[in-house]
Design a protein around this ligand. Sequence first.
Ligand code: PMM
Length: 286
Amino acid sequence: MGVVNVTPDSFSDGGRWFTTSSAVAHGLQLLADGADLLDVGGESTRPNAPRVPVDEELSRVLPVVRELVAHGATVSVDTTRAVVAQQAVDAGALLVNDVSGGLADPEMAALVARTGVAYVAMHWRGHADVMDAHDRYDDVVADVLAELRTRLAELRAAGVRDEQVVLDPGLGFAKAGASNWPLLAHLDVLQAEGFPVLVGASRKRFLGHLLAGPDGTPAPPDERDGATAAISALAAAAGAWAVRVHEARGSADAVRVAAAWRAARGGGKDGIGHDDVHDETVGGPR
Ligand code: PMM
């Protein structure tokens, strides 16, 4: 999943693809570099980012979704707002990527049920301005799993079918540093729920800290793509359904390495590279 941030302020690529034409060109480059689908977002989720008015989010996202769909791309929309999700789906998006797992907008679950669209439910504890204060866990893997199960129960109660759902541990969201590694190391716990799993580690802060120089200065976002690709390989080897990345070439190669590695171990077809990414319903139990 290649990231197309139509924002002036995302932490890793803020402002670079802010016009419709530059965002579309970037999306097409991600596809050429090996991405299977494009995640278009108009609201930055970097720590402490302010909320974007809904009209602004719509005017950023919709023209880009329309044009990428017209180019034949499989498009997801990265939004926590049901009204944005609805209009993006009307414009041809096949997947709604909601970093709040339905918590931010009480209308979201009903919209997902009504449209039948594929839906990423990510682990989340609050908007970007407050999320760092929520980085407190007894056992981060067990707590994230329990909170995702609550999201699932609410989605089901609203009529969302399991086949629509993809789960995401929400790396970096209410997880400033050390909390991310147990989640990556125990992706199997999330996988055991039986849903496809999406992993979004790309260029995140915990990688900057991991790659810090001798004086402790974190590596800048654009120097985190090698580490991102390494995580893509590990996630794919663990059977993840997709990785969400800013730079597609390295991760596409990493995923192919993992697929060959899994095949040599006698692993199944599930996981990244499985062809259902182009189906309208991508989620659900396996
Ligand atoms: N991370 C970001 C944005 N959207 N969506 C999902 N499903 N998972 C993620 O980990 C995720 C996401 C933040 O990264 P960005 O600001 O560079 O897009």
